[in-house]
Write a protein that binds this ligand. Sequence first.
Ligand code: C5P
Length: 229
Amino acid sequence: MTNAADKIIVALDVATKEKALELVDQLRDQISFFKIGLQLYTAEGPEIVRAVLSAGAKVWLDLKLYDIPNTVARAVESAGHLGVHMLTIHLSGGSEMVQAATAARPNNMLLLGVTVLTSATEETLREIGVASKVDDQVLRLARLGVEAGIDGVVASPHEIEKLRAEFASRIKIVVQGIRPTWAEPGDQKRFTTPRQAIEAGADYIGIGRPITAHPQPSEVVAKILQELS
Ligand code: C5P
């Protein structure tokens, strides 16, 4: 059985290498997987990826790539050379782009697809000429991704059940935007706690600010692990 701690990915959404490595240092005994996203990568580049890998941790490089197929494929190759364990691309780039990306990824790297950003609403989809409902667009893009060989998708907590029902264990589901119960007391939304997300079928849960913005990040992680055990 997988250890609960192996399912948690801490998002290093901070501005500097120093702050990121301080967090890795504080959490390394509890957590083995960290996410480096656009803010930190743009500020510190591949050096920060190498530094986190050197600490013996795994890295999810969340760059949400979206470009012509050849450019995305070459960027996937570069991420492979860096040695990251997970990388994200936008599935909206279409099947030719996704196929180019999956063909370029090394065997030991999971390629995850972003369907519809969790910040997007139906109004956002209308703005860009998409007439579907958000849920339908999520499923449409997930199907496109799976057919093009994607390893998993990044999903919002409320999408887990539908994705699991359709794809069973063929894909990894990584969920973000979740909150431990004590971080938002009284919040009654479904599947918003780490435990609910795991029970609903998430393979990994990405958590940022509830851990990283806390004065004692390792205490928050300990509490989450206790809740999951
Ligand atoms: O909110 P939190 O700091 O935990 O976010 C961690 C990561 O989850 C962020 O890096 C962001 O990419 C992602 N996120 C998301 N949808 C949300 C909130 C956060 O995808 N609603």
